[in-house]
Design a protein around this ligand. Structure first.
Ligand code: HEM
Length: 413
């Protein structure tokens, strides 16, 4: 933006960002917001962190809290009538200390980098099966293309979770609409009735997970659900409700964002055959390429925090109860942090400093698993289908917190 151009009012930009069209390409709108500085005031009690440093520091600021039940009372009166947020506020992501730490400690070693490295052969096998399934679906489907969201990018992450948690393959496709509806509850809502689809989906998923827990308790196996049940029953400080809420969080967080990472990565590589070629041969390049996708076109764009007390933040007074929305996808495009941020450059130094897995106490528990799944699939896919091509210009869902393709039609060549 040149100095002679008038700045657009942040509220106008936000209104356009929250429209369906805005969500198709939000990046120019983030630039408009950053023209006001890294921390933008939207209203009396609402701030936007849009710069890299502002987002990075907000994620680690002890006075900026997750939207737990007490904070939701300040931010979204009436939320207690909605089971989506009733359940969300019971998981570790939407909790603050000491509850967050208590729950995270219980689950964290199962998903540590060390544990995840042992899942390698299983992820390899499931990625091979997913590629074989795609070939079959394409052969049976219409010649104009096969939808990758339906036939690949959801299937692989849920198959991995299915194997880990003991969710039978026949139950996995039916979970997709539930997961999709639940993630819409995390988007800004104009009216609380917009939570209704997420409420219904959450109730169904809760029933399924409670039943899964009962089944594994009655007949334990070698899966993680059985291990979690055993550890809980052996006298941990986790309630049965904590167990169900966090298993749901793992299922939802562990499928939708990985699905969108796979979708965005495959789209970008298919549109730039020079990347697809390097992915086929060079595992280190694939890892760097994925970090750049996470920076450039991330599956998660926005996170919410609430000020638990009056505080100074980047020279501004943020009062107790103020909402602070962290537009991490804007931080990833901040020219003060990344040179020529709108250029996709897999060889960019420092792209692993992207904000997409969050930072601080809530740093993504599944980051190692998500990276491994994508690093395993991509080379297999582009080796098997070197001429894979995206059909048309695929659209994005009407969502901004978790942003990804609704459908991603491709031809396999
Ligand atoms: C590309 C894929 C993924 C992305 C972009 C992603 C992103 C994120 C982000 C941004 C947060 C923190 C939100 C905040 O600070 O408010 C988070 C937390 C979390 N993620 Fe992921 N995630 C991904 C994959 C996964 C997977 C595969 C799992 C399954 C184990 C998972 C489980 C979780 C859990 C349980 C939390 C809560 C951690 C806590 O509150 O301490 N995620 N994720």
């Amino acid at each position: 933006m040149t100095e002679t151009q008038a700045l657009t009012e942040p509220l106008d930009t936000m209104i356009r960002l929250l429209s369906f069209e805005g969500k198709q390409n939000p990046y120019p709108l983030y630039e408009e917001l950053r023209a006001h500085g890294g921390l933008v005031r939207l209203g009396d009690k609402h701030w936007l962190a849009v710069g890299y440093e502002e987002c990075a520091r907000a994620l680690r600021a002890p006075g900026l809290l997750q939207t737990d039940a007490a904070m939701q009372d300040l931010r979204m009166p009436g939320w207690r009538e909605h089971s989506s947020w009733q359940w969300l506020t019971k998981n570790m992501l939407f909790s603050n200390e000491p509850d967050h730490d208590r729950m995270r400690r219980f689950f964290s070693s199962a998903f540590s980098a060390h544990s995840v490295s042992a899942f390698g052969p299983m992820v390899e096998r499931l990625a091979d099966e997913a590629v074989a399934h795609l070939e079959k679906a394409a052969a049976e489907g219409a010649p104009e293309g096969v939808d990758l969201v339906e036939e690949l990018t959801y299937r692989l992450p849920i198959a991995v979770l299915g194997e880990l948690l003991s969710i039978p393959p026949e139950d996995q496709p039916g979970m997709h609409p539930l997961i999709k509806a639940i993630t819409t509850s995390m988007d800004p809502v104009g009216d609380l009735s917009q939570l209704n689809p997420g409420d219904a989906a959450m109730d169904k998923l809760a029933e399924y997970v409670a039943d899964l827990v009962d089944r594994r308790r009655a007949a334990p196996g070698t899966d993680l659900t059985s291990a979690f049940v055993k550890a809980r029953d052996a006298g941990s400080d986790l309630t049965e409700e904590d167990l169900v809420a966090n298993l749901m969080a793992v299922i939802v967080a562990g499928s939708e964002a990985p699905q969108d990472l796979l979708g965005n990565s495959i789209r970008i590589a298919a549109q730039h055959p020079e990347y697809a070629e390097r992915i086929r041969e060079d595992a280190e390049f694939t890892a760097r390429f994925l970090e750049e996708v996470l920076r450039f076109d991330p599956p998660v764009h926005a996170l919410n925090r609430v000020a638990g007390e009056d505080q100074e933040f980047f020279g501004e007074t943020v009062t107790r109860g103020s909402a602070v929305t962290l537009l991490i996808a804007s931080g990833n495009r901040d020219p003060r942090r990344f040179t020529e941020p709108d250029r996709f450059d897999p060889d960019r130094p420092g792209n692993q400093k992207q904000l997409t897995f969050s930072a601080g106490a809530h740093y993504c528990l599944g980051a190692a698993l998500a990276r491994m799944t994508a690093e395993t699939l991509l080379p297999k896919l582009f080796r098997r289908f070197p001429d894979l091509a995206v059909v048309g210009t695929p659209g994005f869902r009407d969502q901004i917190v978790q942003r990804g393709h609704d459908r991603l039609p491709v031809t396999l060549g």
